[in-house]
Design a protein around this ligand. Structure first.
Ligand code: FES
Length: 101
């Protein structure tokens, strides 16, 4: 069964941690970045319009921390805590823009 996405924007943040065996997004602080981004987006968007989910490996480990946004199909790499506000602002702009424009 398929259905339309229940969220206007779904953010996935890789929190994979390889415990130092090889580079992973957790090395760059992605668990804390996820919490900060989630809190920031909760301030901006009430209800269930935006969902923030943690993910396991997204495949570009060497470029992490990685953040993926659907259905807008945006990918952020080498994300740091300092990027949280910019990503939140990008999402705000995306959702303010009517789809198809
Ligand atoms: S560990 Fe995050 S993309 Fe692979």
């Amino acid at each position: 069964m398929s259905q339309p996405a229940p969220y206007a924007c779904h953010v996935f943040i890789c929190v994979n941690d390889r415990q130092g065996q090889s580079k992973s997004c957790a090395d760059g602080g992605s668990p804390d970045i996820r919490l900060q981004l989630k809190a920031r987006l909760a301030e901006k968007f009430a209800g269930s319009q935006v969902r923030v989910s943690q993910s396991r490996c997204l495949g570009l480990c060497g470029e992490g921390p990685n953040v993926l946004i659907y259905p807008q199909n945006l990918w952020y790499s080498a994300v740091s805590m300092g990027d949280v506000e910019r990503i939140a602002s990008d999402i705000e702009q995306l959702l303010a823009t009517p789809q198809g424009t």
